[in-house]
Design a binder for this molecule. Sequence first.
Ligand code: RIB
Ligand code: CA
Length: 315
Amino acid sequence: MATPLVIDTDPGIDDALAILLALASPEVDLRLVTTVHGNVELAQTTDNALRVLHLAGRSDVPVAAGARDSLVYRQPERAGHVHGGTGLGGVRLEPSPAAPDPRPAVVALAEVLLAAEAPVTVAAIGPWTNVALLLATYPEAAERIGRLVLMGGSAARGGNVTAAAEFNVWADPEAAQRVLGSGVPAVLVGLDVTLPTVLDDDGIARFAAAGPVGEAAAAILQQYVDHARTSYGTSGVVLHDALALTEAIVPGTLGTVRRDVVVDTTLGAGRGQTLVDRRTVSDSPTAVEVAETVDSAAAVEFLVSRMAALTRSAG
Ligand code: RIB
Ligand code: CA
């Protein structure tokens, strides 16, 4: 039986690929997408999520909008310079015929969790504001989370939005601390495993040639490719969120170690840093499985082969 899945997301180019990867994977059953502030404003992340689902013929999947900003300190800086003005690399996908779900994200998420016939995997691939709000508002629903797959943070690779902090955690450090200290079974998929996992032009070409969905995904990625080339001089792209979804789809893809993790929630230069205690394997109930090793070639092949097989399903 397919595992019930919810994706909390801020599309976002790599978010878009992650959503499409989930739709291409029979191991999971995408029940709900919740949107959050992050790469671009909430209204845009919500519209982008609707359009990506429509691209794959899956407008049946509800999209519920969540937090417009972080919990404590406003964090207005977005990542349009990375993800393009629309958040999808400047690509204008066809508008979805579906409207956002009228429920706030936290309510929709709680209802899906409480109604699920099996433990639900929740993949949080934007700032974790919605997840923190769920924990505080509906703890009984949070108990129905089988696995929380968190894209964010870094154990030993520093940051990508500052020298210390990865974007999703930096965008709402207080939410990140609340989530990481919750005791919900969690896997932390951070820069340590995403940065080495690079999708190159050949991989993109393979799914670009496979059909309209792959072709649109390749077009969306072009902005990422250009940004990587001009900013880092590299010829490939890092799809952080797609690797997190790969772990959600195939548990154990990544090598993890149980670690204690705290977040720097001060207002200094380290704000948003994840401090991972790698001195010991933790037996604390609030420790998380930190992804520390990855077979990057296998992960890229998994993504490319699934994307190449993604045809627009009816509906
Ligand atoms: O640091 C990478 C994360 O920040 C990804 O989720 C990307 O989409 C951005 O949200
Ligand atoms: Ca994201």
